[in-house]
Design a protein around this ligand. Structure first.
Ligand SMILES: Nc1nc2c(ncn2[C@@H]2O[C@H](COP(=O)(O)OP(=O)(O)OP(=O)(O)O)[C@@H](O)[C@H]2O)c(=O)[nH]1
Ligand SMILES: [Mg+2]
Length: 279
C-alpha cells in the first residue's frame, strides 16, 4: 500500500527547505522513534547530506524503550549524531544544545563565537513545531494532532546564539512497493486517516500487534481470545465498547478510530514498528 499524499504545500516546502538550507549551519532531522527507518524522507536525506546533522528521535514515550536504545546505538555506530527527545514531557534541552555544539565543533565552527541557524525538517506530524516550542520554553509554533499543521516558514529565536527555522512536514512520492511503509506512516499519524482509510489502517495495526504483542490487545479491551481476522477483532471491540450503528450493527469506522486513537496515545503500550538491524 503506497501512500499518495503530496499536497501543494509539500512541494512548496521542499523548495523552501532547499532555499533556506544555504543559510543554516545545522539541520535537525526529526524522525518518529516508532519508525526510525520508515519515517525518514529519502528526498530530504539527500538534500541535507552535505550539512552537519542531528537526528532527533521524537515521541520516545510512545516507542519501545529497548528498541529506541538499540536504534540510538546502531545510528551512533554508523556515524549519525542521534538523540531521543520527548517534546511534551521531560525532554532535556541541554542535550540538544550540547549536540549542536558538538556538530558545530565537528564542522570546524566554534560554537562560542557568533550566532547560528538551524533548520528543522521531517515528515508531517513528527513533532517539529513541538520540538522548537520545547527548545524555547514557549508556545511559539502552532502544534496539532493532525499532519499538515505548519504551512509556511517561521524563524524562531531560541537563545543568544541559536535561531531555528520551523518547516512544514514533507513526504516523498512513493519509491517502494513494500505495503508496510504506507501503513506504518498512516498508523503513526504522518498522513491524514482519510488518505488510507481508518478501517484499513486499524486492520493492519491489529494484525501487527496480534503478531508482536497480542497481550496488549487482550489487556486493553478485556479479551479472552484474539480472532485470526482483524475485522473480527474490530467487531468484538466495537461490541465491547458499545460502538453501534442505529440498527445495532457495530460501527467499524468508529471502532477503528478509537483503536487508532488508543495506539497514538500510548494506551495500548509502547511500540516500535521498525526494528533496527543489529550488527
Ligand atoms: N507523546 C508525544 N507526543 C508528541 C511529542 N512531540 C510532539 N507530540 C505530539 O505530536 C503531534 C504533532 O506535533 P507537531 O509539533 O504539530 O508536529 P509537526 O511535525 O510540527 O507537524 P506538521 O507541522 O503538521 O508537519 C502533537 O499532537 C504533539 O503534541 C512527544 O515527544 N511525545
Ligand atoms: Mg509543525
Amino acid at each position: 500500500m503506497s501512500v499518495q499524499w503530496y499536497p501543494g504545500h509539500m512541494a512548496k516546502a521542499k523548495r523552501l527547505i532547499r532555499e533556506q538550507l544555504r543559510l543554516c549551519d545545522v539541520v535537525f532531522e526529526l524522525a518518529d522513534a516508532r519508525i526510525p527507518r520508515t519515517g525518514r524522507n529519502p528526498v530530504l536525506d539527500q538534500m541535507i547530506a552535505h550539512k552537519p546533522r542531528i537526528l532527533v528521535l521524537t515521541k520516545p514515550d510512545l516507542a519501545d524503550p529497548v528498541l529506541t536504545r538499540q536504534w540510538l546505538d546502531v545510528l551512533g555506530q554508523s556515524g549519525t549524531l542521534a538523540l531521543k527527545f520527548n517534546a511534551v514531557r521531560g525532554g532535556r534541552v541541554e542535550n540538544v544544545f550540547q549536540a549542536v555544539q558538538r556538530v558545530l565543533d565537528g564542522a570546524g565552527k566554534g560554537h562560542t563565537k557568533g550566532f547560528f541557524r538551524a533548520i528543522t525538517v521531517g515528515i508531517p506530524n513528527v513533532g517539529k513545531s513541538s520540538f522548537i516550542n520545547r527548545l524555547t520554553g514557549q508556545r511559539v509554533a502552532a502544534v496539532g494532532r493532525q499532519p499538515g499543521i505548519t504551512r509556511g516558514k517561521q524563524w524562531i529565536k531560541v537563545n543568544r546564539w541559536l535561531e531555528v527555522l520551523d518547516t512544514p512536514g514533507t513526504l516523498w512520492p512513493p519509491t517502494t512497493s513494500d505495503p508496510a511503509v504506507g501503513y506504518r506512516l498512516a498508523a503513526t499519524g504522518a498522513v491524514p486517516d482519510e488518505v488510507v482509510g481508518k478501517e484499513e489502517v486499524a486492520a493492519w495495526l491489529i494484525a501487527w500487534i496480534t503478531e508482536n504483542n497480542p497481550g496488549a490487545l487482550r489487556k486493553r479491551y478485556d479479551l479472552r481470545v484474539i480472532p485470526g481476522e482483524p475485522v473480527d477483532l474490530l467487531e468484538i471491540i466495537g461490541l465491547r465498547r458499545g460502538l453501534l450503528l442505529p440498527g445495532g450493527k457495530v460501527d467499524h469506522e468508529k471502532t477503528a478510530a478509537m483503536l487508532l486513537k488508543d495506539f497514538r496515545n500510548g494506551m495500548l503500550g509502547r511500540f516500535t514498528l521498525d526494528v533496527p538491524e543489529l550488527p
